[in-house]
Ligand binder design. Structure first.
Ligand SMILES: Cc1ncc(COP(=O)(O)O)c(C=O)c1O
Length: 346
């Protein structure tokens, strides 16, 4: 069975260098961190990772959480409160939605990517503080937020910006730095995960130093939960070094995505080629999408059907995710199979 459904986009979860770093860390530091970050859980490894993440993304500082979910949840709950208006793209990840709930903030949702509606909300708000939050690369639609447009509205209306680049870090841009490569600047808060292209687990925030300092003292899942294990931290650090030192791996992923999506575009299944690793092929009805996914599985390819409520009714997709480790011949076989399934009478 060939896997076209993993967020381990660069194949780093099974990279021997990453595994060796994990083994070495377990031998040197043990299996667990033994405490929360503000008590006894901080090891040199945690600090080294945070400094490497900040350096890679060109930021003053970073803070590392056990998961991306916790990074979003605790960051939003720490920086926003009842007197904050959170303006959120309608397709934002669940952890952003839950963070806004936890913050007891007021929330306004704008239609996906619609900056005109975003501006209307900014112009009519009454709250003293505003945080605009958006995913960078949207995980089901593979659209990329207009981060420059969002930032310019934020500057005009004195709002903060937060971009969740979970799916873009390690996959998008010349150096795999997501919105930093695409737009050349950092939002006030940039979120990333180690659970996708970095092949391990964890989440992080990069920002100006005072903001990170504030988060270290306010983000509840950082303070009241055991620090990530040395095994995790060493794995993430090794994976990050590979991305930093080998941009050709990121380019390989982008080439694979472009190759597959070009073949599918030429066959009329996509509207345009993509160089992001998430390739959503529109199918329509949920039952049809399920049937297509099952036929793919029978032919030896795992690519799931994504249905309501994850996407709108009648907008079910086959969500293909490409990895840097896929070979051209494997991508070609998947495309041929999908094209043949969709062209045969249903
Ligand atoms: C956009 C986005 N943000 C955050 C997360 C949460 O990341 P993690 O799995 O590391 O908790 C995900 C994972 O699905 C995601 O897609």
């Amino acid at each position: 069975m060939l896997l076209f459904a993993s967020s381990n986009y660069l194949g780093l979860a099974t990279d021997q260098r990453v595994i060796a770093a994990a083994q070495k860390a377990a031998k040197e530091y043990g299996a667990g961190s033994g405490g929360s970050r503000l008590t006894t859980g901080t090891q040199q490894l945690h600090q080294a990772l945070e400094s490497d993440i900040a350096e890679f993304l060109g930021a003053e500082d970073s803070i590392f959480f056990a998961t991306g979910y916790q990074a979003n949840l605790s960051t939003i709950a720490a920086v926003a409160g009842p007197d904050t208006l959170i303006i959120s793209d309608e397709l934002n990840h669940a952890s952003i939605i839950d963070g806004a709930r936890l913050a007891k903030a007021q929330v306004a949702v704008f239609p996906h990517g619609n900056l005109h509606e975003l501006e209307q909300l900014l112009a009519s708000r009454v709250q003293p503080h505003t945080l605009i939050v958006s995913d960078g690369l949207f995980s089901m639609h593979s659209t990329y937020a207009d981060v420059a447009g969002i930032q310019s509205l934020a500057t005009r209306y004195q709002a903060w910006t937060m971009i969740d680049d979970a799916h873009a870090i390690g996959t998008v841009g010349k150096r795999g730095r997501g919105c930093v490569d695409l737009y050349g600047f950092l939002p006030d808060l940039l979120i990333g995960t180690a659970s996708k292209a970095l092949g391990a687990e964890g989440g992080f925030v990069v920002a100006r130093q005072p903001i990170i300092h504030y988060l270290r003292n306010r983000a509840r899942s950082y303070i009241f939960s055991t620090a990530p294990s040395p095994i995790t931290v060493a794995s993430v650090r090794a994976a990050l070094h590979i991305v930093r030192d080998h941009p050709e791996l990121v380019h390989q992923l982008q080439n694979n995505a472009r190759f597959l999506s070009t073949v599918l575009t030429e066959a009329g299944l996509l509207s345009r080629p993509l160089d992001t690793p998430i390739i959503p092929v529109p199918i329509g009805h949920s039952a049809q999408a399920l049937a297509v996914s099952e036929k793919l599985r029978d032919a030896g390819f795992f690519a799931p059907a994504i249905r309501y409520p994850t996407v709108k009714e009648e907008e079910a997709i086959i969500r293909i995710t490409v990895m840097a480790t896929h070979r051209t011949e494997q991508l070609r076989r998947l495309a041929d199979e999908l094209i043949s399934i969709l062209r045969s009478p249903r």
